[in-house]
Ligand binder design. Sequence first.
Ligand code: XIL
Length: 302
Amino acid sequence: GTTLASAAAESGRYFGTAVAANKLSDSTYVGILNREFDMVTAENEMKMDATEPNRGQFTYTNADRIVNHARNQGKRVRGHALAWHSQQPGWMQSMEGSALRQAMLNHVTQVATYYRGKIYAWDVVNEAFADGSTGARRDSNLQRTGNDWIEAAFRAARAADPDAKLCYNDYNTDNWSHAKTQAVYRMVQDFKSRGVPIDCVGFQAHFNSGNPVPSNYHTTLQNFANLGVDVQITELDIEGSGSTQAQQYQGVVQACLAVSRCTGITVWGIRDSDSWRASGTPLLFDSSGNKKAAYTSVLNAL
Ligand code: XIL
């Protein structure tokens, strides 16, 4: 393959990127997007604050710009994200208890129904576990509605869009020995044993020098896959530059390719200048849109 998507397709996988609606008028950006990627995630436009800014009033204008661009170009879409403690609309941030539970489930149902049939996989719940050594759930207004809020969200999503794969998505779950990884693993194991509808686990994969690509990444991905779910790298970026960065990208690609149920990789932006990171050069294209060493190492590893 001569592009990321065509190289990934040789093993039946996809290669995606996060897309921002306001960059769809940037011809350099769109040129790279159209050429290199066959899966798209809205960087912010499908989040709760974007799609339900006022309670019960849903707005899909910016999300639809991304979905329509992707579909017109023959690309698939990962939906991100139906329920999350962050980027909630203001009205939801101040809610609690059963009213919040109902509002969350209504949001999941409305958004998944609106996009029914158009989404390859939904991040149904994002970032619900705490960092550190406890393996506990993250405290949030959603968590305080009851520990079963996650499975309730997954059941609502399944009912609304039965054909979309339903994913749990998180960060710092790459290293098999971390408590957070183990805690998510146990939740997925429990969901599978009780028939809670879950099809995939997303690994955000935001790496930097303090949080490098773990040498046991393949083990993590394989252990999750062995529970009977697909695994996906969903928001990959790696701070650094040059051959060090290129080698780390290669390691992530190799870990995914070694696991048959690792169905694809998404990077969290196209050019370094598109990254959400405040500083650094974490992506595959430089700010002018040129291919970096990291790009070449990913292409060669696919
Ligand atoms: C980030 C976006 O890239 C930023 O533009 C926004 O300001 C904050 O969110 N984990 C996720 C993504 O699941 O939704 C986040 O995206 C990055 C971390």
